[in-house]
Write a protein that binds this ligand. Structure first.
Ligand SMILES: [Zn+2]
Length: 238
């Protein structure tokens, strides 16, 4: 889609991360995955594909060399500025795909911005597609639906499919971490894991990665469709 045309109202923004992903995956893993999914999504939606916001909220990985992060409130402001500049030139919808599970701030950010735009009478809506959008159907592909949080079966599969040349040997863990994900609020990932990954990368295959990409894009499009149906239902009642 040529984004200069009057009919192009939607922009898609990949949000990645630059953070350690164990010794087998590159620090740009989340950015690489987010870019691929956002690009497929933009194609399906006939939308304007923006370049990736590669640096995001990765403070939990700060102890590993190569990790670069924005503080959460900085990321919120970056998203606000991107949405405001898009609205100024006529875009009405910004779809964010976050490849990094630690970007919790995106959720309250879009919830607030959607009200702010509405109250100012400005036509702009932000929609967040989290990296977990396919969670309910993950069992169709992955062996581990729970506890596969970082550089595990899912992300390693995606990278084996997208750029196998960047996937190195996995270092086996004698004692895999068994604490809840919320513990990242209190401890750095390097304190809780030996190699930095959290999950089951040894179960990864390129074929799982290929199917996971397709499933994620399908679930994202389905989510957007459901929002539109609900909007129609609410508008019809008025
Ligand atoms: Zn990741």
């Amino acid at each position: 889609m040529d984004f200069q045309t009057k009919e192009c109202f939607t922009a898609v923004l990949p949000v990645g991360a630059i953070e350690q992903h164990g010794s087998h995956l590159p620090v740009g893993t989340d950015a690489i995955i987010a870019e691929e999914i956002a690009s497929r999504l933009a194609e399906r939606l006939d939308a304007y594909l923006l370049p990736c916001v590669s640096i995001s909220s990765s403070i939990e990985h700060r102890e590993s060399k190569g990790t670069v992060y924005l503080k959460a409130d900085t990321l919120a402001l970056v998203i606000r500025d991107i949405a405001e500049s898009l609205r100024y030139t006529g875009f009405k919808r910004l779809v964010l795909f976050s490849g990094h599970g630690g970007n919790w701030i995106l959720k309250p950010t879009i919830r607030q911005l959607n009200r702010d735009f509405r109250e100012r009478g400005e036509e702009m809506e932000l929609i967040l597609i989290p990296s977990t959008i396919a969670l309910n159907r993950l069992h169709e592909i992955a062996k581990h639906v729970q506890g596969d949080l970082h550089a595990g079966e899912k992300e390693t599969s995606l990278m084996l499919y997208l750029c196998p040349e960047h996937v190195k040997d996995i270092i086996p863990e004698e004692e895999p971490t068994a604490v809840p994900q919320d513990f990242m609020d209190y401890f750095d990932v390097t304190e809780m894991t030996a190699d930095g990954y959290w999950g089951f990368p040894q179960e990864a295959t390129a074929d799982k990665g290929r199917r996971l990409l397709d499933l994620t894009v399908d679930c994202a499009v389905d989510f957007l469709d459901k929002i539109e149906s609900e909007r129609k239902r609410i508008t019809a009642k008025r």
